[in-house]
Ligand binder design. Structure first.
Ligand code: TYD
Length: 236
């Protein structure tokens, strides 16, 4: 499937049309941003790592009954995906406190949560993707009650599946962000699942193996991405 016209360029990916009106290609870039693009840089090889990791995880989730936009891995940086209408919500699930939740409710980093914490954020860069509730989402017309219920069910099911998967790699899945899309009257998982959109801590050492190394200038950023790819591809 050849890449057609460039339709959209985001912070970390480009989206192209294909000869099939129901399919797009998403191309993963090495560009890295943090703090709503106030910090910019490059993580060499990140696009290849994120494409391959997302492909493995989408296929694992599909096998376990979660529908996704994944069709096929096309090349190192290109993934064939179903064309969806993105729901303008960034859904996060947290198992251990880090990042936003520490600021919002004043807890320290690294507290293991007894139950996962589910959040929705309004996907709107101008507002810094604010944390909202389901009433806000309805007022904004972002999703129906029924869609939000489906999204929450999938997000929590995905948590069970991902937690188990990463346990096997000796990694704590701290938190992650998901995006969903509308496809032929259904809701399916879209976007990516990668060290850009998850927090991964090595069990025992607590070493961060995700974009926090870039956000917090911890060094060895490329190595951390490669380390996650090698653990994930050894597993699958
Ligand atoms: P969160 O702690 O809310 O945000 P921040 O990155 O500002 O600390 O993020 C929770 C997880 O979701 C974390 O792994 C990063 C990811 N995430 C994104 O990838 N993009 C986003 O827009 C948001 C809100 C979170």
């Amino acid at each position: 499937m050849d890449k057609g016209e460039l339709l959209y360029e985001g912070k970390a990916k480009r989206v192209y049309s294909t000869s099939d009106p129901d399919l797009y290609v998403q191309e993963f870039k090495d560009d890295a941003t943090a703090f709503n693009a106030k910090k910019k840089g490059e993580i060499v090889g990140k696009g290849v790592v994120n494409n391959k990791i997302s492909s493995v995880l989408f296929q694992m989730l599909e096998k376990e009954g979660v529908p996704t936009h994944f069709e096929k891995l096309l090349s190192d940086r290109d993934m064939l995906i179903k064309k969806v209408e993105i729901v303008m919500l960034e859904v996060t699930v947290r198992n251990i406190t880090a990042g936003g939740i520490c600021r919002t409710i004043g807890v320290e980093e690294g507290v293991r949560l007894k139950e996962p914490v589910y959040e929705i954020h309004y996907k709107e860069d101008k507002l810094d993707d604010p944390l909202i509730n389901e009433d806000h989402a309805k007022v904004l017309g972002l999703a129906t009650d029924e869609e939000m219920a489906i999204i929450k069910d999938y997000a929590l099911k995905i948590n069970q599946l991902l937690k188990k998967f990463f346990e096997g790699l000796n990694i704590d899945l701290v938190d992650y962000k998901l995006e969903f899309g509308r496809y032929k009257d259904t809701i399916i998982l879209a976007d990516e699942i990668s060290p850009d959109t998850c927090r991964f801590w090595e069990k025992g050492t607590g070493k961060k193996l995700d974009k926090d190394r870039f956000r917090q200038d911890l060094g060895d950023v490329e190595d951390a991405y490669q380390e996650m790819l090698s653990r994930i591809t050894q597993e699958s």
